[in-house]
Design a protein around this ligand. Structure first.
Ligand code: BG6
Length: 470
C-alpha cells in the first residue's frame, strides 16, 4: 500500500497508443503512406520497397473504426487522460502539400468528441514514428532542412484546428531514438550503415529546431497549450565501480540528455559541442536556429521500460537481446520475454535525475510490460489472468509514489499500449501490453473482439483510489 496522500489531486491517470500501431485503415480517408507502411517487421527487419500484405499495421486493431468502443473501455477504467498520436500522413498525405486533408482532420475531431464525452483529457503526440513515406524517399527525412517547414505547417494546422480542445502536446516521440532507428524515428531513407555522423547530427538539429518552432507557433496560435518534449529514458548503471565504467555511463547519459538539455535550456551544452569538435562535425546552425531553440518546453515527458549497464571494457561488451539502444545487460536484473530488463527502482531514479537536471514538470507517457497472454474463460467471461502485468505496473507505480515523496513534480502516468497493439520494434501482436485483449494474432487472424483482462479491474481500482490501492 502507498501513502494514500502521495499522488496529488488532479494527477492524470491513463494510457497511451500511437496511430500507426492502433488505427489501421492505412489507405483510407485520404491517408498517404508513412514509413510504417513499409516496415512489416518493425525495426528488427528491413523495410520493403512498397507496402506488403504481411504488414499488421495496415489493419492494426482497427481503432480507426472502433475508437468509440475503445475510448468507452478507457472511460470504464476511469482514465482522466489518453495519449494518442496523429498520423502525419492522414493530415498531409505526402507531407509537403500546402493544404491539409480535411477527412483526416475530421477523424481526430471525432476522437476528441468521444474523449470529451467521457471527460478524458487528450495528450497528443504530433509525430510518433510516422513520417510520411514521401518525405523519407524524396528528402531523406530529417536530414533535409526542408522538413522543418513541412513540420511547422503540420503542427500549425493541428494547433489551429484542435488548440482550443487539446492542452497537452508532445512534439516528437522518443526524439533521442534517432541515432538508433533513423528510418523509423527520423524518416531517413539512407541505410543506417551508410549514414554519416554529419548527416545524423544535422537531422537531429533539424528536429530540435522544428520542435522549438512548434512550441513558438503554439504560443501564438494556442496560448493555453502546454508543450512537452518526449525522450526515451533509460537509466544507465556502471557495470563495475571502475571510474572508467562510470565515465562510460556519463558519456552514454550525455548522448541521451542532450535532447532534453536543448529542449529545456534552449541551447547546446558544452559536452555536445566537444563531441562535434572531436568528430569533425560542422553543423549547419543558423542565427535563426539559435534564436528558435530558445523556445523551451513547458514539461518533459518520457517513456520508461528498462535500465541498462555500461562498461568501458570491450571484452565485457556483449549484446543482450533487449538492448537495442546500446549498453550491456545488467546481471542483477530479471528480463522480460523480449530481454528488456525489469527495474522499477530505475523509474524512481530517472524521475529524480530528470527533475534535478531540468526542474520541469515530468509526465510518464509510456511504461508497461510486453508479454504473451493466454485468453481463458472465467465465469462465462473471456479474460486474461495477467498477474505478471499487474505486478510489473504495481511495482513501477509504487516507485512513482516514492519519487513524488522525493519532491519530484509528476503530472501524470499513461501506461503504454493500454489496449493490445502492434509492437514497434518487432511488429508483433503477441507482444501485448494492454488492459484490454484484442483478438488478433501475428498471422493476422482473429475477430478483433475486445476482452477485459484482470489488469483492467486492477487499474480501475488504482485510478479510483488515486494510487492508494498500490
Ligand atoms: C516505445 C515507442 O519505444 O516503446 C512505442 O514509443 C513502442 O511506439 C514502445 O511500442 C514499446 O516497444 P515495443 O517494441 O514493445 O512495441
Amino acid at each position: 500500500m502507498t501513502d494514500s496522500t502521495v499522488f496529488p489531486d488532479g494527477f492524470l491517470w491513463g494510457g497511451a497508443t500511437a496511430a500507426n500501431q492502433v488505427e489501421g485503415a492505412y489507405d483510407q480517408g485520404g491517408k498517404g503512406l508513412s514509413v510504417q507502411d513499409v516496415m512489416p517487421q518493425g525495426i528488427v527487419g528491413p523495410r520493403t520497397a512498397v507496402p506488403t500484405p504481411d504488414n499488421l499495421k495496415h489493419e492494426a486493431i482497427d481503432f480507426y473504426h472502433r475508437y468509440a468502443e475503445d475510448i468507452a473501455l478507457f472511460a470504464e477504467m476511469g482514465f482522466s487522460v489518453y495519449r494518442f498520436s496523429i498520423a502525419w500522413s492522414r493530415i498531409f498525405p505526402k507531407g509537403d502539400e500546402t493544404e491539409p486533408n480535411e477527412e483526416g482532420l475530421a477523424f481526430y475531431d471525432r476522437v476528441l468528441d468521444e474523449l470529451e464525452k467521457h471527460g478524458i483529457e487528450p495528450l497528443v503526440t504530433i509525430s510518433h514514428y510516422e513520417t510520411p513515406l514521401h518525405l523519407a524517399e524524396t528528402y531523406d527525412g530529417w536530414v533535409s532542412r526542408e522538413l522543418i517547414g513541412f513540420y511547422e505547417r503540420y503542427a500549425r494546422t493541428l494547433f489551429e484546428r484542435y488548440g482550443s480542445r487539446v492542452k497537452y502536446w508532445l512534439t516528437f516521440n522518443e526524439i533521442n531514438s534517432l541515432p538508433h532507428a533513423p528510418f523509423m524515428s527520423g524518416g531517413i531513407n539512407t541505410p543506417k550503415e551508410q549514414l554519416t555522423d554529419q548527416q545524423l547530427f544535422q537531422a537531429m538539429h533539424h528536429e530540435l529546431v522544428a520542435s522549438a518552432l512548434a512550441t513558438k507557433v503554439a504560443r501564438e496560435v494556442a496560448p493555453q497549450a502546454q508543450i512537452g518534449c518526449m525522450v526515451l529514458a533509460m537509466p544507465t548503471y556502471p557495470l563495475t565501480p571502475d571510474p572508467a565504467d562510470m565515465l562510460a555511463v556519463m558519456d552514454a547519459d550525455h548522448g541521451n540528455f542532450v535532447f532534453g538539455d536543448v529542449h529545456t535550456r534552449g541551447e547546446y551544452p558544452g559536452y555536445f559541442l566537444r563531441t562535434l569538435r572531436e568528430r569533425g562535425i560542422d553543423l549547419d546552425i543558423t542565427d535563426e536556429d539559435r534564436e528558435l531553440l530558445t523556445n523551451t518546453v513547458d514539461f518533459v515527458s518520457f517513456s520508461y521500460y528498462m535500465s541498462i549497464a555500461e562498461t568501458a571494457d570491450p571484452a565485457k561488451r556483449v549484446a543482450g537481446e533487449g538492448n537495442i539502444m546500446g549498453g550491456v545487460p545488467n546481471p542483477t536484473l530479471e528480463v522480460s520475454e523480449w530481454g528488456w530488463a525489469i527495474d522499477p527502482v530505475g523509474l524512481r531514479i530517472v524521475l529524480n535525475q530528470f527533475w534535478d537536471r531540468w526542474q520541469k514538470p515530468l509526465f510518464i507517457v509510456e511504461n508497461g510490460l510486453g508479454a504473451k497472454d493466454q485468453l481463458v474463460e472465467v465465469d462465462g467471461r473471456k479474460t486474461v489472468i495477467d498477474d505478471y502485468r499487474i505486478a510489473y505496473l504495481n511495482d513501477h507505480l509504487v516507485q512513482v509514489g516514492e519519487a513524488l515523496s522525493d519532491g519530484v513534480d509528476v503530472l501524470g502516468y499513461t501506461s503504454w499500449g493500454c489496449i493490445d497493439i502492434v509492437s514497434a520494434s518487432t511488429a508483433q501482436l503477441s507482444k501485448r501490453y494492454g488492459f484490454v485483449y484484442v483478438d488478433r494474432n501475428d498471422d493476422g487472424s482473429g475477430t478483433l473482439e475486445r476482452f477485459r483482462k484482470k489488469s483492467f479491474d486492477w487499474y480501475g481500482d488504482v485510478i479510483r483510489s488515486n494510487g492508494a490501492t498500490l
